[in-house]
Design a binder for this molecule. Structure first.
Ligand code: HEC
Length: 104
């Protein structure tokens, strides 16, 4: 059992991305959003607002407003509730750092 635990710890520690920077944590969290908001938050050809390039402050404020129900939504309240405040900041930082296709 102890052996198994050691192996588990080693596996977790060496798993790809374990010690990556903030921004790639954001990138991994943001993969969930791509289905609706497009790759890297660039909603080309969609009616959804573009996340890429919005300010970090606006993004996190909107996510917090969805989470608390202050801003009405169809789906985003459900989604935002699944993230901690820290993860919301990481998501906001990631999308704020993306460049929309038109601006590249
Ligand atoms: C199932 C589709 C879907 C997924 C997945 C999704 N969103 Fe959304 N998002 C929406 C819709 C639809 C809206 C418009 C508000 C509403 O009706 O909920 C929206 C609105 C937003 C807004 C407000 C944008 C603005 O400018 O007003 C932000 C910010 C946002 N989403 C962030 C995210 C993040 C971050 C994720 C991933 C963690 C995510 N969304 C995942 C569908 C989705």
């Amino acid at each position: 059992m102890i052996m198994f635990r050691c192996l588990l710890v080693i596996t977790l520690l060496t798993a790809p991305g374990f010690a990556r920077s903030e921004s790639s944590i954001g990138a991994r969290l943001a993969a969930t959003c791509a289905a609706c908001h497009g790759t890297a938050g660039d909603t080309k050809g969609s009616t959804l607002p573009r996340l890429a390039g919005q300010s970090q402050q606006a993004l996190s404020a909107n996510l917090q407003a969805f989470k608390t129900g202050k801003r009405p939504s169809t789906i985003m309240t459900q989604i935002a509730k699944g993230y901690t405040d820290e993860q919301i900041e990481q998501l906001a930082a990631y999308f704020a750092a993306q460049k929309p296709e038109a601006a590249k």
